[in-house]
Design a protein around this ligand. Structure first.
Ligand code: NDP
Length: 333
């Protein structure tokens, strides 16, 4: 059983030696425990924040501990009563490892969506879809005709969020790195505009694409990109702070916007965590399911093979060198 152990806290992008892949024996199961073989490991920006020794929504991963991660796996052995060999499951607290021994109460069942690959359960119908869906519908309460700007728009969450907002009748502008990602947003996903932040000035492009200002911001990046959007939010504009990826690896904190605008423009700024919506998954599936079946929502996954490459995979999120929801295939389905 291979496990990734956190050896030292990374400074910037993760370097060799920050984590170590070690071989261990799978312990004997006790009553009520289940052995889960990892099939997919979800690679998420928040994984990097768990490596920092800072206050977060979960405690940091301890030095010498197995790296925490969201996984989807299959039951190989069970000494529990609810789960049987062959059941697909998601541990509530998963790990970067081939196998995990989990108390039965710490498992959620996974139901394959008819007609969709299993990767959908870790992406568009999983945490990614939940974040996008509730961020747009519940946090922002997006309404028809409103102009919404999304950063990291060609990423897993951003691309779904933009499409949910289109379904809600918004005008959607995405900010992404590179011409190809921007082309995908406007030509394939139906966004009304895209800003290539690597090759053009974000503020100038927003002035051109949203000359009357911005009603809604679905924020995934922070720093200068967020400031450019913030400075164009209209009176009573609303902002959902979903993520600040530009800060997760940063060795110096990126700049912040001027909070005076919250007063002068009576802005509504809300942070949210998808965890708080876990009990509302059915609402998302009820609305997104038919959109997916009708081909109204496009989604991509980027699968890297092999647990041994997990660290390199995580680093991809910070360079943008991936195309869709990033995950590692640890073993065959
Ligand atoms: P993505 O698939 O969007 O991958 C991250 C993307 O961020 C990259 O592809 C890259 O896109 C962009 N990016 C990375 N660094 C920078 C930078 N310095 N400046 C500008 N863009 C950058 O990941 P996810 O969809 O999984 O996550 C997106 C955001 O959502 C993250 O901030 C994450 O923390 C947040 N999140 C929040 C949740 C919550 O509960 N609040 C739950 C899940 C995710 P490009 O190529 O365009 O540069």
């Amino acid at each position: 059983n291979r496990q990734w152990i956190l050896r030292q806290r990374p400074h910037g992008l993760i370097q060799d030696g920050d984590l170590e892949l070690v071989e261990t024996l799978v312990p004997e199961l006790k009553d009520g425990e289940v052995l889960v073989r990892t099939i997919y490991l979800s690679i998420d920006p928040t994984n990097r924040t768990w490596m920092n020794d800072s206050e977060g929504y979960l405690p940091p991963v301890g030095l010498g501990d197995v790296m925490r991660g969201l996984t989807l796996g299959v039951v190989e052995q069970s000494r529990g009563e609810r789960f049987r060999e062959g059941d697909l499951v998601m541990p509530l607290s998963g790990a970067w490892a081939d196998y995990a021994v989990v108390p039965e109460a710490g498992l959620r069942p996974v139901h394959r969506a008819p007609g969709l690959p299993l990767t959908a359960n870790l992406s568009v119908l999983g945490m990614t879809g939940m974040t996008a869906y509730f961020g747009v519908t519940d946090v922002l309460k997006a309404k028809p005709g409103e102009t919404l700007v999304i950063s990291a728009a060609a990423g897993a969450v951003g691309s779904i969020a933009g499409q949910v907002a289109k379904q809600r009748g918004c005008r959607v502008i995405g900010i992404a790195g590179g011409a190809e990602k921007c082309r995908w947003l406007t030509e394939d996903l139906g966004f009304d505009g895209a800003v290539d932040y690597k090759n053009e000035d974000v503020g100038d492009a927003l002035d051109r694409l949203a000359p009357d200002g911005i009603d809604l911001n679905f924020e995934n990046v922070g720093g200068d990109i967020m400031i450019a959007v913030w400075n164009r939010l209209k009176v009573h504009g609303r902002m959902a702070v979903c993520g600040l990826i530009s800060a997760y690896n940063a060795t110096r904190m990126p700049p912040s916007p001027n909070f005076a605008r919250i007063i002068t423009h009576r802005l509504d700024v809300k942070g949210f965590l998808v965890l708080d919506y876990a009990h509302r998954a059915k609402e998302m599936v009820a609305e997104m399911g038919p959109w997916l079946a009708d081909g109204k929502i496009h989604w991509k996954v980027h699968v890297d093979d092999g647990l041994e490459g997990a660290v390199g995979s995580l680093n991809r999120l910070f360079t943008g060198d991936h195309d869709g929801k990033l995950m590692v295939r640890v073993s065959e389905e």
